[in-house]
Design a protein around this ligand. Structure first.
Ligand code: DSN
Length: 422
């Protein structure tokens, strides 16, 4: 019996899509570094009766009646988030990472204020000021970059110069395609010099911070961290805003999330966040976070041994960015499609100062959070990297590609997606 008996009976078309996705996830390897597999417990909470309930407001301060259990579950999510990230305040209501960033900007800035964020082609994120976002009509975004894309070191001197000139109200750290740790102390120092808030978008590495596999920006004095809950943190899709210690900032954020920008929170999603945060507080989660890093290093080794250029020279987190066009003459789109064919899902990605277009850039981005959930160790990750390189080097050889597809299928059978992690 599958998990979707009622959908199957009532709506065969939706059931077909559900079944197809179940099979795709079971028989292929997920290397998109922002994706993961959640536990059955998280999925049960996400699919629960809480989806029926309107709960505008916050625990103890709601607009509608019937809030005994919504208050209970949201309080659990908040308390667990505070414990996980060792901070004073948590807002668990934002629907995703973009919404968390938008709420953070509106809470801390006035229209026309400036944000100093990472250059997008150097690893930053759309919501950090890409011209296609509406945010750029309201706020002024200025940039810092890597000094050298081959080492990944941020040009902190240039960052300080830009900060002094532009007087940002927020100095923003965080990225979606940057494989190294940042010097958090430098960010805080520069923010303090110009009287700005130090904010980090930890969406990609939230699980690594929670599992203590990497440093926490809060330890260096960051004021606020925004996040998603579904990447390395291995929870349901959603957002999170954390404030280290300032009640004043936390109040501004709560007011901006609701009623400023959102309506009723998705309580089913908040219940699932509570379950995921509970899982992340368990000792096994720290082992998981540490293994993500070891597995990424194992993949790094194979790519470097195969003379494929890795941006920043390698990785210190969960993700890798490879210049496949420069190294193998294969474009990012072609590599994505080819690897999909052998059962490996990853994404094409621009590399620093890419001369190719975003829809067919020079790079691919991949990472280890999901396969580590599947219990892959360094040996299996090294083998996956070898298969990736092999597939790209033999792109016209159908026999070879079929053999690789078979090996991936066998690996997937050996390492099924677990139902529980605690
Ligand atoms: N789409 C996410 C990622 O893949 O990094 C960020 O928004």
């Amino acid at each position: 019996m599958n998990d979707y008996g009622h959908v199957q009976k009532q709506d065969p078309e939706v059931f077909a899509a559900l079944e197809g996705e179940e099979q795709r996830e079971a028989e292929g390897l997920e290397l998109i570094p922002s994706e993961n597999y959640v536990s059955k417990a998280v999925r049960e909470a996400n699919g629960s009766v809480f989806t029926n309930k309107y709960s505008e407001g916050y625990p103890g301060k709601r607009y509608y009646g019937g809030q005994t259990f919504t208050d209970q579950v949201e309080t659990l999510a908040i308390d667990r988030a505070k414990k996980l990230f060792n901070c004073g305040y948590a807002n668990v209501q934002t629907l995703g990472g973009a919404n968390a960033n938008i709420a953070m900007y509106f809470a801390l800035l006035e229209p026309g204020d400036t944000v100093l964020g990472m250059d997008l082609s150097h690893g930053g994120h759309l919501t950090h000021g890409h011209p296609v976002t509406y945010l750029t009509k309201i706020f002024n975004f200025v940039r810092y970059k890597m000094k050298d894309p081959n080492t990944g070191e941020i040009d902190y001197d240039e960052m300080r110069e830009v900060a002094k000139k532009e007087k940002p109200k927020i100095v923003l750290a965080g990225y979606s395609a940057y494989p190294r740790e940042l010097n958090y102390e430098k960010f805080v120092e520069i923010a303090q010099e110009v009287g700005a808030y130090a904010v980090m978008d930890i969406a990609h590495i939230a699980g690594l911070i929670a599992g203590k596999a990497v440093k926490s920006p809060f330890d260096a004095g960051f004021d606020v961290m925004t996040s998603t809950t579904h990447k390395t943190l291995r929870g349901p899709r959603g957002g999170l805003i954390l404030t280290r210690e300032s009640e004043e900032i936390a109040k501004k954020i709560d007011k901006m999330v609701f009623p400023g920008l959102q309506g009723g929170p998705h309580m089913n999603n908040i219940a699932a966040k509570a379950v995921a945060f509970g899982e992340a507080l368990s000792p096994s989660f720290a082992l998981y976070a540490a293994q993500i890093l070891k597995n990424a290093k194992a993949m790094e080794k194979i790519f470097l041994a195969s003379s494929i250029r890795l941006l920043t020279g390698g990785t210190s987190n969960h993700l890798l960015l490879a210049d496949v066009f420069g190294s193998l003459g294969i474009g990012g789109q072609e590599a994505e499609t080819l690897l999909d064919r052998v059962g490996i899902t990853l994404n094409k990605n621009s590399i620093a100062d890419d001369t190719r277009k975003p829809m067919d850039p020079s790079g691919i981005r991949f990472g280890t959070p999901a396969i580590t959930t599947r219990k892959f160790g360094e040996q299996e990750c090294a083998r996956v990297a070898e298969l990736m390189v092999d597939a790209m080097k033999n792109k016209g050889d159908d026999t070879k590609l079929s053999a690789i597809r078979e090996e991936i299928r066998t690996l997937c059978k050996k390492f099924p997606v677990p139902e529980s992690f605690v």
